[in-house]
Design a protein around this ligand. Structure first.
Ligand code: FAD
Length: 225
């Protein structure tokens, strides 16, 4: 598990710093599963904040393309996040799924989710250096996630095996916050299994994701953006 994941990696940071009046930055939120449901939005707001701090907003176009019909899965938070995006001047587009990037032509192609296969090309100045690829190894991609009971974290077929974290089959959002709740349950149930006792059902699907709307000074992992 990551102890302190930097908010912005070096390459993304260099792309953000390269934005200037007239630039078009395109951000996407793919369909689940992906790590941390808040992560795709955080980078949009941090970029908007960086531009504002450096007097470059609103000269830069910020567009956010979301696969889902809503900005966030929990309606209570979605209502507020729509306002945050509007306050940052972000153009939010729902039901758009990124299907291709042409780095030379600087276009991103999106398929309309729920449509008849219609696609649109969107101009972008900022794109990833290389084609996006799965982060899991070939071996990991070819195997299914360990199937564990979502409450006890015990493997459904092998009682002396337990799992936790992003890689296992539990339906919770994949966040470190979820792992924090799962870890003590796994420890307790391993100890119980060693004594021949049945596993406890200690996990309730908890997950959470902090949302950052600006690059605040006091608790910011990267102060140089
Ligand atoms: C941009 C971003 C922002 C996030 N922000 C938050 C947040 O604010 N709050 C929050 O709670 N969660 C957040 N998350 C999610 C959080 O990072 C993950 O849920 C958490 O790291 C999961 O921990 P894990 O140990 O299960 O997996 P990981 O942290 O992914 O650890 C798995 C490790 O296994 C290694 N590995 C993979 N395959 C092999 C192999 N074959 N052999 C050996 N090693 C291997 C990997 O290199 C990695 O080090 C964020 C994720 C991202 C991507």
């Amino acid at each position: 598990m990551c102890a302190a994941r930097p908010l912005i990696n070096e390459y993304t940071l260099s792309c953000i710093r390269a934005l200037k009046p007239g630039s078009k930055a395109v951000f996407t939120q793919p369909p689940l599963p992906f790590k941390c449901p808040g992560a795709p939005q955080k980078i949009v707001y941090l970029t908007a904040d960086h531009l504002k701090r450096n007097g470059l907003r609103p000269g830069v176009e910020l567009r956010y393309f979301v696969h889902a019909p809503v900005i966030f899965g929990v309606p209570f938070f979605a209502r507020e996040l729509v306002k945050v995006a509007a306050n940052h001047g972000v153009d939010v587009n729902f039901q758009h799924n990124l299907v291709a990037i042409d780095a030379k032509a600087k276009t991103a192609t999106f398929e309309i989710v729920g449509g008849q296969g219609e696609k649109i090309d969107v101009a972008c100045s900022m794109s990833r250096r290389r084609k996006a690829r799965p982060t899991r190894s070939r071996r990991a991609r070819s195997s299914t996630p360990p199937e564990v009971n979502q409450n006890s974290m015990q493997h459904v077929r092998y009682p002396n095996v337990f799992g936790l974290g992003d890689a296992c089959s539990t339906p919770n959002s994949k966040t470190a916050a979820a792992v924090r709740k799962q870890a003590p349950v796994v420890v307790r149930n391993i100890l119980r299994a060693m004594k021949g006792e049945a596993a406890d059902a200690g996990c309730d699907g908890y997950a959470s994701t902090p949302a950052r709307f600006s690059n605040g000074r006091p608790n910011c992992a990267r102060r140089d953006c």
